[in-house]
Design a protein. Structure first.
Length: 62
């Protein structure tokens, strides 16, 4: 087996395979952006208030 760069591999794929490959990469990057946004949200005061509200509601339910 020989080593091929990612660019060579993508170039060797036909058009439909490239579209599929790019779709997979897009979905991975979309998930990464979503995770980054969620982590940024968790650092906000709103998130702290949400956590406090969840704890308050949990205490009421118990």
């Amino acid at each position: 087996m020989t080593y091929r760069s990612a660019a060579e591999t993508i170039a060797a794929l036909d058009f439909e395979d490239r579209k599929s490959f790019q779709s997979v990469i897009y979905r991975i990057r979309l998930a990464e952006r979503g995770a980054a946004a969620a982590m940024a949200y968790l650092d906000t005061e709103v998130a702290a208030g949400d956590r406090a509200e969840v704890l308050r509601l949990s205490a009421q339910a118990a």
